[in-house]
Design a protein around this ligand. Structure first.
Ligand code: SF4
Ligand code: SF4
Length: 79
């Protein structure tokens, strides 16, 4: 299980980054301007899920590389 971002709804507010107690686990990638979760360090605590005001984070099982297609990625506009 790991936190997954719904990029169609994410606005880049970084509330999830503030909520996460683990360093470098979730951050706004400056080069792409999207929220990125480090799947190797995410411990599935759910703090970011509860904090997101737009309900665009879910804790999901490993859906595999084929499901992580580029069309799932969109730019989050930093407010
Ligand atoms: S809290 Fe939600 S809307 Fe804000 S950056 Fe995180 S995932 Fe995106
Ligand atoms: S589920 Fe917990 S550890 Fe994983 S990104 Fe969200 S706040 Fe961080």
């Amino acid at each position: 299980m790991v936190a997954k971002i719904n990029y169609e709804r994410c606005v880049g507010c970084e509330e999830c980054v503030v909520a996460c107690a683990r360093d470098h686990c979730i951050h706004l990638e400056e080069s792409t301007n999207i929220i990125v979760v480090n799947e190797s360090t995410c411990n599935n605590c759910g703090a970011c899920v509860k904090r997101c005001p737009f309900r665009c984070i879910d804790l999901v099982g490993d859906i595999g590389p084929l499901a992580r297609k580029p069309s799932m990625v969109a730019t989050a506009v930093k407010s």
